[in-house]
Design a protein around this ligand. Structure first.
Ligand code: BLA
Length: 513
């Protein structure tokens, strides 16, 4: 049996990643109550980074004991901006003693979270972040297609950050994901077009990534620095680090990255509408810390890229609909009032294929089937129609896998695997049917998707898989999927054809008189 049989993948989704109780040590963290400005939490490494001894003793005391007045003034201003943006916001650059640092602040409930990042991140370019973002945008904006935009975006981010590998990782309908664009240092094995199972990124992580646009793990070998809090105050809730850039990362994910051979990552969310569309995933073979000015430029660019993806996808759907509307008009005008598709579908074959591309077309009327092109055997049709008749809705029905609904259809998948059916009359229902042949696909997975996890021998602890070697899967029995725009076009066609049928029956009655 496969190791996943006995494993509860929900385990991964239950890990409380927002409240790890520790941070990554490339910065330190101070949390204080916003009504009293008294410290509630401190990260242990504040002692080394800010040369403070006995951090415990500062807890419960005023935050002024750790941060100067001018800095606190800026913190208060930035917290206002942060409640509007829902993100941690950057303060104007500060100097602490002789150390330059970036400070980020945001709120979590009634708590202010202040993160201090010493300014030693890698600076690939000295250009101000605004200039970087503007030049990245101008290049990507000019690309003629979405695919090209994504490749340019990956190239741009790699140029600006110096990461070894930058991938655009796109989620598919079943929550698995695919590397759709990649920019990488010479000599590395490409991950382009590899597919990864949904369980690699559990649900609570996806939820969080819709709120936080950018995350960084500068060194997967880090020792977490624990958060100190007032001892055993029953009422103190664990500190929610969901929006904190220093949040310590799930140990399972850390192990995953080590197994993959990555030592550092930076990840930017791509959010389209209210959906996590994908991620920009940057990897480095050795630890790598990026300066805050570069990472915030990338974050802003990620927000632009998200809007650009949305615009390109909308544009593509709209132009598809516009082209079909034209074909629709041609079809309706070509059909004389006393004729319908039922009389001679072959005559309208080309016009119908312009509307919705397909390999075969048919009509089912009063128990009789006629069609053209690649079709299921006629003797199979009653079973398919019987299934369609069980559909409650009078709207268009579409599937890429007829056999998923009518199991005996599996036998003729090479003739017709996909079906889009437009019901034309009520009882008995007549249909206009579009068929698509099977489109055998080879999916290349980054590791065996049937073994997404490893279970350790003792204690049944769950961990990420160890091998990411490409794994081939042949997907058969499915046609090219029907796109949302095609369903819409089908719906429009249903309404016009219904109108023609009504007109004709009206005509017939008048002729009868
Ligand atoms: C998180 N897993 C992630 C993230 C990615 C991946 C991108 C998000 C990291 C971030 O945005 O900061 C997976 N990384 C990939 C994939 C590629 C890549 C697919 O570069 C492709 C090239 N992971 C597992 C299993 C579990 C698991 C079995 O494989 C659970 C048992 C958990 N993954 C897991 C968790 C997180 C994660 C908990 C959240 C990490 C965090 O933010 O703390």
């Amino acid at each position: 049996s496969s190791p996943t049989d006995s494993v509860d993948l929900g385990f991964c989704a239950r890990e409380p990643i927002r409240i790890p109780g520790s941070i990554q040590p490339h910065g330190c963290l101070i949390a204080c109550d916003m009504s009293s400005w008294k410290i509630t939490h401190l990260s242990r490494n504040i002692e080394t980074l800010l040369s403070i001894s006995n951090a415990e003793q500062l807890i419960g005391g005023p935050v002024e004991n750790v941060l100067r007045h001018d800095i606190l003034h800026d913190v208060r201003n930035v917290l206002q901006a942060s409640t509007v943006s829902g993100q941690a916001e950057l303060l104007p650059a500060v100097t602490l003693g002789d150390m330059k640092a970036d400070i980020l602040a945001h709120t979590s409930g009634t708590t202010a979270i202040i993160e201090i990042l010493p300014g030693f991140g890698a600076q690939v370019s000295n250009a101000p972040p605004m200039t970087l973002v503007r030049s990245m945008i101008s290049r990507v904006k000019r690309a003629p297609t979405l695919e090209r935009s994504l490749t340019l975006a990956a190239n741009q981010i790699r140029a600006v950050t110096g990461f070894d590998r930058v991938m655009i990782y796109r989620f598919l309908d079943d929550d698995s994901g695919e590397v759709t664009a990649e920019s990488l240092r010479a000599g590395l094995t490409p991950f382009l077009n590899l597919r990864y199972p949904a369980s690699d990124i559990p649900a609570q992580a996806r939820q969080l990534y819709k709120q936080q646009w950018l995350r960084m793990i500068p060194d997967v070998f880090y020792e977490p620095s624990c958060l100190l809090a007032r001892p055993s105050d029953e009422e103190t809730e664990p500190l929610d680090l969901g929006l904190a850039t220093l949040r310590s990362v799930s140990p399972i994910h850390i192990e995953y990255l080590k197994n993959m051979g990555s030592s550092a990552t930076m990840t930017i969310s791509l959010i389209v509408g209210d959906k996590l569309w994908g991620l920009v995933a940057c990897h480095h073979l050795v630890p790598r810390l990026i300066s805050t000015s570069i990472s915030s430029a990338c974050e802003l660019f990620g927000q632009f890229l998200s809007m650009h993806i949305d615009a390109m996808e909308c544009h593509r759907e709209l132009s598809h609909i516009a082209r079909s509307r034209e074909a629709h008009e041609r079809l309706i005008t070509a059909m004389p009032p006393e004729q319908t598709l039922f009389d001679d579908i072959t005559r309208y074959e080309d016009l119908l294929k312009d509307l919705i591309s397909c390999d075969g077309l048919g009509v089912w009327t009063r128990g009789v089937f006629s069609g053209v092109g690649s079709l299921p055997p006629v003797e199979m049709m009653p079973e398919v129609i019987a299934f369609l008749d069980t559909q409650q809705s009078h709207h268009v029905f579409a599937t890429a896998q007829i056999a998923g609904h009518v199991p005996s259809a599996a036998a003729y998948g090479s003739l017709a695997s996909g079906l889009l059916a437009i019901p034309l009359t009520r009882a008995p229902r007549d249909y206009l049917l579009f068929f698509r042949k099977e489109l055998p696909q080879v999916v290349r997975w980054g590791g065996n998707p049937n073994r997404p996890v490893e279970v350790t021998e003792h204690g049944g602890r769950i961990g990420p898989r160890k091998s990411f070697a490409a794994w081939r899967e042949e997907v058969t029995g499915q046609s090219e999927p029907w796109r949302p725009a095609e369903l819409q076009i089908g719906e429009g066609l249903r309404v016009s054809l219904l109108d023609i049928i009504l007109r004709r029956s009206d005509l017939n009655e008048r002729q009868l008189l």
